[in-house]
Design a protein around this ligand. Structure first.
Ligand SMILES: [Zn+2]
Length: 87
């Protein structure tokens, strides 16, 4: 299970993106942390990248990757104030 320390760094979502599953040779539609629904292994994948192989126990149900934590690429808050555009 994915864990985190600071609650203010994550927020809940009802996006359907979390309902989709992806086969092992598909490309990830979103950047984030995925879990294998068959064996519960978790991995981080960048959107557009193919899901990697992993040591999936043969007795477990088939590999399907499900997004459990989506990442934000909004870095506007990380830009030092002196470099920010004025609106
Ligand atoms: Zn697995």
């Amino acid at each position: 299970m994915a864990i985190f320390k600071e609650m203010r760094r994550v927020r809940p979502s009802s996006s359907k993106a979390f309902d989709r599953t992806f086969g092992p040779h598909m490309d990830a539609a979103y950047s984030g942390i995925y879990r294998c629904t068959g064996c519960e292994r978790e991995i981080a994948v960048e959107g557009g990248r193919r899901f990697p192989n992993h040591p999936h126990p043969p007795a477990c149900p088939a590999i399907l990757w499900q997004l459990i934590v989506s990442v934000s690429h909004n870095v506007a808050e990380c830009v030092p104030a002196k470099f920010r555009r004025q609106a």
